[in-house]
Design a protein around this ligand. Structure first.
Ligand code: NI
Length: 190
């Protein structure tokens, strides 16, 4: 048994699904960098690792603020603990928290099949920039910047779209977009 496993802490937050109006709103900047924000980021990471997903933006858990978490490189396993409950454990993880991000540079294009925890069951190719430069703040409110490529760049662009009220199906052709919009609206009614 590997004792090096990371036991996740936090609470699982309910994920809003399309077409919930919160997903179409332009999110507000984060202004208070406090314990409450830290707890929110921790719970969002917990929720993301549980789902599992590689990114989660605050609007997806019903909070219209400019914050997202992501991890494009982790090893996860589900175990049954001594109380008989299922538990998610990570052996390797690289969580990132982006607050008030701004994409300040873009280069090249790439196409990758994307999915979204708010649009369950839909996977489609989306065209994005291959490399981006991003300025953002960390949980302490300190200014950060990162040069991101490939998967990390794609994921940041996908999550950053959520902060602008854009779900990835909006980036598809009109035909596909309308198809999924109708499909999701119908499923929501059932
Ligand atoms: Ni998404």
């Amino acid at each position: 048994m590997n004792l090096d496993k990371y036991k996740l802490s936090g609470s699982e937050l309910p994920i809003s699904t399309y077409p919930d109006p919160v997903l179409s709103k332009v999110a507000e900047p984060v202004t208070a960098f406090n314990k409450e924000l830290e707890k929110l980021a921790e719970d969002m990471l917990f929720t993301m690792y549980h789902a599992p997903g590689i990114g989660l933006a605050a609007p997806q858990i019903g909070k219209s603020i400019r914050l997202f978490v992501l991890d494009v490189d982790y090893e996860r396993e589900v175990i049954t603990n001594s109380a008989g409950k299922e538990e998610v454990r990570l052996s390797e993880f690289h969580p990132l928290v982006f607050i008030n991000p701004i994409i300040t540079g873009k280069n090249g294009t790439t196409t990758h099949e994307e999915g979204c925890l708010s649009v369950p069951g839909v996977y489609e190719e989306v065209k994005r920039n291959k490399s981006i430069h991003v300025k953002y703040q960390n949980l302490k409110g300190e200014a950060q910047e990162i040069e991101a490529h490939d998967m990390l760049a794609i994921c940041i662009q996908h999550e950053n779209d959520h902060l602008d009220g854009v779900v990835f199906i909006e980036r598809l052709s009109n035909l596909k977009k309308n198809f999924y919009k109708k499909k999701m609206a119908k499923e929501k009614l059932q």
